[in-house]
Design a protein around this ligand. Structure first.
Ligand SMILES: [Zn+2]
Length: 209
């Protein structure tokens, strides 16, 4: 409702192509919430108690965590746009819960993702909890939209969206290239409070349409 979508792709018989690829990096550069699909069949999570060490490489900051059995290097932050899931002190010891998952449904590329962080027995990050509203979110099956999709006028900026309602979208952007194998649906975490906050924002910012 109220959203204008411009589909700018050239549509061929089975392939839609344009300049935008799905951003398959975990968290993407806009924050963890933007278009991160959940694995349909995730492997069992692994718990690692470790300090938080950071390494910079290829514009990314990697979180390096290890115990006697595991060692992970996980894409963590993309400065200055994205600071990571939660602030971690290099001197601190944390309990990380890590899940290996597909980055995008249909693309055979797996990464490790931190799904929970505890510090001294206190949960300081939980993937299932909205970082704005502290609400436990529900998993929802949503459609995947392909094409070069641009929000129309009268929509909030991306910064506004991340600040106020990061988990309100009931679809996943799949990028511009889709083929017969491309998934049509994906699992996402949705926050009801984000949806309500977005509706309130729309009421407070009537568009000129
Ligand atoms: Zn929320």
């Amino acid at each position: 409702m109220g959203m204008r979508i411009l589909m700018l792709c050239v549509v061929l018989t089975q392939i839609v192509a344009c300049d935008v690829e799905p951003d398959i990096r975990p968290g993407a550069r806009y924050g963890r919430s933007h278009g991160v699909a959940l694995d349909e069949d995730p492997s069992p999570p692994v718990v690692v108690e470790s300090s938080a060490r950071f390494e910079s490489r290829d514009d990314w900051v990697y979180l390096v965590i290890a115990d006697t059995e595991h060692r992970y290097e996980i894409m963590w932050a993309f400065p200055p746009d994205y600071g990571g899931l939660v602030k971690l002190k290099p001197s601190g010891i944390y309990t990380f819960t890590v899940e290996e998952r597909l980055v995008f449904p249909g693309i055979d590329y797996r990464v490790q993702e931190v799904i929970k962080v505890e510090s001294n027995g206190r949960v300081i990050y939980d993937r299932e909890v909205c970082e704005v509203h502290q609400t436990r979110m529900e998993k929802k099956r949503v459609p995947v939209w392909y094409g070069y999709i641009v929000d129309g006028p009268g929509e909030p900026s991306r910064q506004e969206e991340l600040k106020s309602f990061p988990h309100r979208r009931e679809y996943l952007l799949g990028g511009c290239v889709s083929g017969p194998e491309s998934p049509q649906t994906a699992l996402l975490y949705m926050c009801d409070d984000c949806k309500a906050a977005y509706d309130a924002w729309k009421l407070a910012h009537p568009s000129a349409e």
